[in-house]
Ligand binder design. Structure first.
Ligand code: CAO
Length: 435
């Protein structure tokens, strides 16, 4: 018999204890190099683990429901490919294995990864989209692509009958399920978390006038699913406040005249003020993890960036350690990368709190949707000169409208009012940033 080799879980982007949701081979199967052996699914991504070489599966070391990290042994494979010795993800069974660099598994990005990935170790109380979250031994049998497709449509795969061999669910099965649901055939499409919503209205718009159908961009599809989940799952409340930024603006303009290399917008002052407020009110720099609150000691701020393809939220790291000019340079860099579609997953991971600024466009207030698993987000609208009573007369002051949406499971209304009041004080007198 040829030498037995170990196939291991490769680099899965720093995720740990990721559940096995699907075994794609069984003992005795002949596999080709790169053929998928099993599927892992974190709350951020679905990943297939490929065979590092061709051969016969002699032993499976994992079962559905096991939780694995990089380096875990997936299977023992009797190699049939002469090139095996060169494969980097292969570890001979004997002598004892040593961790080896491995090729990255193909990762099917889910909205969190694509739009605003969260710290990988946080186990956010997530909506249960399918049976896999409830009963690992009764996971619906479908490929990752079909799972992603079903999730985008809000379909619970546990309710779909698979027509392929072994009951495997195909894309067509999901489509047929949705069609039946829309036709009122009794099936229930759930939008997540067990919400039994009535079917989406089906209207032939062409009956009422000329129409054109445009496909949604990938970013729009991903961010849409993310936003819908966050909006449905998080009890949002939005607290409004106006900050008097008359002096701040005077200073910013002066800075802009002295400093021609980089454009300094109000947003970087907001980042610094937010960091000061996060330090003073640490619950805003946290994430829910089951019945615990994870308090972060770092200050990475996500910035919503509008791109032609949709919204993305890259993260500026360690904002507490950076000055206004460095933050301005990094803001220009990430927003440029976002618009040129050059952001990588790392650029969008690890955020603590997000800011969505529409101040360059207009509007007086809005209610931003929290970027889970963060617990709050600050919306910023356009500043306006307004008369403000100073005790003896109305004086013209530049007011910046702030809209703080927060997760009411974590933050009380009084804390939110304190947070926005403090933010407003800091922006009103930026010397407070030095305190
Ligand atoms: N009030 C008044 N003017 C403001 C302002 C505010 N709150 N914020 C920015 N401005 C001004 C800037 O000073 C700049 O003026 P000048 O060109 O005269 O110097 C102008 O508006 C344009 O600013 P900007 O938008 O280029 O820069 P920014 O740093 O404010 O924002 C970025 C950068 C990337 C956040 C922004 O370009 C963007 O994409 N915003 C949209 C975010 C979004 O879509 N949020 C919604 C999410 S929910 O769907």
């Amino acid at each position: 018999m040829a030498e037995l080799k170990e196939a291991r879980v490769p680099d899965i982007g720093g995720h740990n204890d990721v559940p096995v949701i699907e075994l794609l081979v069984k003992v005795g199967d002949i596999v080709k190099k790169d053929q998928s052996l099993l599927t892992l699914e974190s709350d951020k991504a679905t990943m297939e683990v490929p065979a590092p070489f061709a051969g016969i599966v002699r032993e499976l070391k994992l079962k559905i429901g096991d939780e694995v990290s990089e380096g875990a042994i997936v299977a023992l494979i009797e190699a049939t490919d002469a090139t095996v010795g060169a494969a980097s993800a292969v570890t001979p069974v004997s002598p004892p294995p040593s961790p080896q660099p491995v090729a990255a598994a193909p990762i099917v990005a889910t909205p969190d990864v694509m739009v605003a990935a969260a710290p990988a170790t946080i186990n956010t109380p997530a909506p249960t989209f399918g049976a896999e979250a409830l009963m690992p031994d009764q996971v619906p049998y479908a490929s990752p692509a079909v799972r992603v497709f079903a999730r985008e449509l809000g379909v619970d795969l546990a309710k779909v009958a698979g027509s392929e061999r072994g009951g495997r669910i195909s894309k067509e099965d999901v489509q047929a399920f949705v069609k039946k649901a829309l036709a009122g055939g009794g099936a229930t499409v759930t939008a997540g978390g067990g919400l039994n919503l009535i079917p989406w209205p089906q209207v032939d718009f062409g009956k009422f006038g000329a129409v054109e159908s445009q496909p949604l961009s990938r970013i729009k599809k991903l961010s849409g699913a993310n936003l819908a989940r966050n909006w449905a799952m998080i009890p949002h409340v939005t607290q409004f406040e106006d900050a008097d930024i008359t002096e701040m603006e005077a200073f910013r303009k002066k800075l802009g005249e002295e400093q021609k290399d980089v454009k300094v917008t109000p947003l970087v002052f907001l980042i610094k003020a937010v960091v000061a407020a996060l330090k003073k009110y640490p619950a805003f720099n946290s994430s829910l993890d089951g019945e615990n609150l994870i308090l972060k000691k770092y200050f990475h701020v996500g910035i919503a960036v509008d791109t032609p393809d949709g919204l993305v939220v890259p993260v500026i790291r360690d904002c507490d350690q950076k000055g206004l000019l460095q933050l301005s340079a990094e803001l220009a860099e990430i927003s440029g990368k976002a618009r040129e579609k050059k952001l990588g997953p790392n650029d969008m991971q690890g955020g603590c709190f997000s800011i969505s600024s529409l101040g360059g466009i207009g509007g007086t207030a809005f209610t931003p949707i929290i970027n889970a698993p963060e617990v709050a987000i600050l919306g910023v609208s356009k500043s306006q000169m307004k008369p403000v009573w100073n005790g003896s007369e109305f004086a013209p002051r530049l007011l910046l409208p702030l809209s703080l949406s927060y997760d009411h499971r974590v933050i009380d209304g009084a804390a939110a009012a304190r947070f926005t009041t403090y933010l407003s004080q800091v922006l009103g007198d930026i010397r407070r940033l030095l305190v």
